[in-house]
Design a protein around this ligand. Structure first.
Ligand code: HEC
Length: 414
C-alpha cells in the first residue's frame, strides 16, 4: 500500500515537472517582453502580411505598432483567426510544412504579454522576418494582358484566360504569383483547360467590360485545378522530381479573388512558372466533389459527409503518395475534416480545419507524404452554419451556393 502511494506521489510530481517543462510560457518567473518573445513570433508568423504595402490592413513591424494591437492580437491568436490559414498542424491530425499554426504556448505568449503590461524588454537585434523564396524566371512569366480595376466590392472574383505559349510538352514544377497590387490581390487559383474551354472563356470575357470575366465558385468552363496562391505562400514547389503535365499550347485560366474593402486599385499581376522537360513522376491534382449537398435553412451546425472510393480514382494503380490537400467550401462553411478509412475500417485523420475561412484557402503540404491504397476510402466532412439563410442551400458555383470539395496533389506508385 505504501509503495503504491509513493508511486502515486512520484507520478504526480513527474506530471507537474513535465507540465512546466513542456510549456515554459506557463512558468510565472520569465517575464514576457516584446524583444525576446513577441517580436520573434511576429517575424515568424505575421510580418509577411502585416507590413506596409502587403495585404493586412496594419503593420506589426515595431514595438509601438505591436503594443497598439496587443489586445486584438491576443484575441485573434486565441481564437485562431490569425494567422488566417487554419489547417491544424499541431500533430493531433497531421503535420504540415509552412503552416502558420501557433502552438498553445505561443498563443499564451500574446495573452501574457498583454497581462504583464506589454514591456519592450532589452534592446536586441530583431529577428528578421521570415523571407519568402521568389522565382525569377522571366522566360515563363505570364502577365495579365492589361490592368483590371475591380469594382464589385468587397469581393470581386475575376477569371483571366491565358495562353501558356509552350511550344512543346513540359511539366510544371513550381509557380508563384507576383501580385500587381498586394493590397487587393487576396488569393488566386490556377486552372488548365482544353482549347475548346479556353474559347468559351474568351467568349465570356468578350461580353464583359474590362479585362477577363466575372466568376465566383469556378471558371464556369471545363477545367482542372493546377495550383493555388495566397499572401504569405511565396513559391509553391511540387515535390522533388514531380510535376503537372502541360501540353504544347496549354491554355490556362487564372481566377483572382480581389478584396477591395480598403479601396480599389488597378492590378496587373504576373504568374511565374517553372518547368522541366521531364520528371520522374507525373503529379495529379484530383478533385473529390460532393454535388449532392443539402443544407437546410437557419441551422448553426449542419454536417454533410461524403465517402469516396479511391479505387475509382486510382484506376489500375494499387497505391499513391498524397503530398498536398486543399479542402474547399464557400461562405457557410465552418469546419472541414478529411479522413482516410482503410479496408479494415480503421480511420486516420488526413486534415482538420477547425475554423473554415473561405478567403484563406490554399494547398497544405504534408511533412511526409501519406501512402494511400486503392482499397482505401476518403471521407470528407463539411460542417456549415446556415444561420440567417432563409432557404435551403445546394451545391453550385454561385456565391450563394455551397461546395464540399477536396483537392489533392498526388503521384501514382507503379
Ligand atoms: C496571410 C496573411 C496574414 C498573416 C500571416 C497574418 N495576418 Fe493578421 N490579418 C491579415 C488580414 C488580411 C487582416 C484583415 C482582416 C481579414 O482579412 O481577415 C488581418 C487582421 C488581423 C487583425 C485584426 C483582427 C482580425 O482578426 O481581423 C489582427 C489582430 C491580426 N491580423 C493579427 C495577426 C497576428 C498576431 C498574426 C501572426 C501571429 C497575423 N495577424 C498573421 C493577414 C494576415
Amino acid at each position: 500500500m505504501k509503495i503504491v502511494f509513493f508511486k502515486f506521489i512520484c507520478a504526480c510530481m513527474m506530471f507537474l515537472l513535465c507540465g512546466c517543462q513542456a510549456d515554459d510560457s506557463a512558468a510565472p518567473t520569465t517575464p514576457t517582453t516584446y524583444s525576446e518573445h513577441i517580436q520573434p513570433l511576429l517575424a515568424k508568423y505575421c510580418v509577411a502580411c502585416h507590413s506596409n504595402g502587403e495585404i493586412a490592413p496594419f503593420p506589426l513591424e515595431d514595438y509601438q505598432q505591436a503594443k497598439m494591437m496587443a489586445t486584438d492580437m491576443k484575441i485573434a491568436t486565441a481564437n485562431r483567426t490569425m494567422p488566417p490559414y487554419s489547417m491544424d498542424a499541431s500533430g493531433s491530425c497531421q503535420t504540415f510544412k509552412n503552416h502558420g499554426w501557433l502552438t498553445d504556448a505561443e498563443i499564451n505568449r500574446f495573452s501574457r504579454w498583454l497581462a504583464e503590461g506589454m514591456p519592450e524588454g532589452p534592446v536586441k537585434p530583431a529577428t528578421p522576418p521570415q523571407l519568402l523564396e521568389h522565382l525569377n524566371i522571366d522566360a515563363y512569366s505570364l502577365t495579365m494582358a492589361n490592368f483590371y480595376v475591380p469594382s464589385s466590392g468587397p469581393d470581386d472574383y475575376r477569371c483571366f484566360p491565358m495562353d501558356s505559349g509552350l511550344t512543346q510538352q513540359k511539366f510544371l514544377t513550381a509557380y508563384e504569383l507576383e501580385p500587381g497590387d498586394k493590397r487587393i490581390v487576396h488569393h488566386v487559383l490556377l486552372f488548365k483547360t482544353s482549347d475548346v474551354a479556353y474559347q468559351q472563356a474568351l467568349i465570356k470575357a468578350s461580353k464583359e467590360v474590362g479585362l477577363g470575366y466575372s466568376c465566383f465558385g469556378g471558371t464556369g468552363v471545363a477545367d482542372s485545378l493546377v495550383g493555388a496562391w495566397g499572401p504569405g505562400s511565396g513559391v509553391t514547389r511540387f515535390p522533388v522530381d514531380t510535376g503537372i503535365r502541360f501540353t504544347a499550347g496549354q491554355k490556362l485560366i487564372m481566377q483572382v479573388h480581389y478584396n477591395i474593402a480598403s479601396g480599389s486599385f488597378p492590378d496587373q499581376s504576373t504568374l511565374k512558372l517553372e518547368y522541366k522537360n521531364k520528371v520522374a513522376k507525373e503529379g495529379y491534382v484530383q478533385e473529390f466533389n460532393d454535388a449532392s449537398i443539402y443544407i437546410p435553412p437557419n441551422q448553426s451546425n449542419v454536417l454533410n459527409s461524403k465517402i469516396f472510393n479511391l479505387s475509382s480514382y486510382l484506376g489500375a494503380t494499387q497505391s499513391s503518395n498524397l503530398w498536398k490537400i486543399m479542402p474547399h467550401a464557400h461562405q457557410l462553411g465552418r469546419q472541414m475534416r478529411v479522413t482516410r478509412i482503410n479496408s479494415a475500417g480503421q480511420e486516420q485523420c488526413l486534415g482538420d480545419i477547425p475554423h473554415w475561412r473561405r478567403n484563406w484557402q490554399r494547398f497544405f503540404d504534408y511533412q511526409t507524404p501519406v501512402l494511400l491504397k486503392s482499397s482505401d476510402k476518403i471521407r470528407l466532412d463539411c460542417y456549415y452554419d446556415s444561420t440567417g439563410v432563409n432557404q435551403a442551400t445546394y451545391f453550385g458555383l454561385g456565391s450563394l451556393d455551397e461546395m464540399c470539395m477536396l483537392f489533392t496533389y498526388s503521384t501514382l506508385n507503379p
